[in-house]
Design a protein around this ligand. Structure first.
Ligand SMILES: [Fe+2]
Length: 131
């Protein structure tokens, strides 16, 4: 049986343009707001055309010692040049990047997933400690 976890690809984001990059501080003061910026294509740009683009990024936080992650945000990127005149005829495109702000009381791990309409699901993670 194929499971979703078998379809989640990961790689070094500097070499692989599909990996969601998590930019966040290594340590945050307990209860303070933390900014987490998510980007696909940070190392090398991912195509952004009607035919080939990043659809969404989801980001979760798993507090240390807990079983279930909390979804912080799911960002949909909906403009990729579609137009009544045809594919790539619009001048409007969304860039696959967003900043999410959240706070927590325990250290844990940020987990991001992203979806390319041609190349599937990708993931990455980053540890977040409490000062
Ligand atoms: Fe792709």
């Amino acid at each position: 049986m194929i499971e979703v976890k078998d379809l989640l690809q990961s790689a070094d984001w500097k070499k692989e343009k599909h990996v969601p990059v998590i930019d966040a501080p290594d340590k945050v003061k307990k209860g303070d707001w933390a900014n987490v910026t998510l980007t696909v294509g940070k190392g090398q740009a991912h195509p952004n055309t009607t035919e080939h683009h990043i659809r969404w990024i989801s980001v979760f936080f798993l507090p240390d010692g807990e079983k279930f992650p909390c979804q912080l945000a799911r960002i949909e990127f909906d403009a990729h040049g579609e137009s009544p005149a045809g594919p790539n005829m619009s001048t409007v495109y969304t860039h696959p990047q967003a900043t999410v702000t959240f706070r927590m009381e325990k250290p844990g791990t940020l987990l991001a997933s992203s979806y390319c309409n041609v190349h599937g699901l990708w993931q990455s993670s980053k540890k977040l400690d409490i000062v």
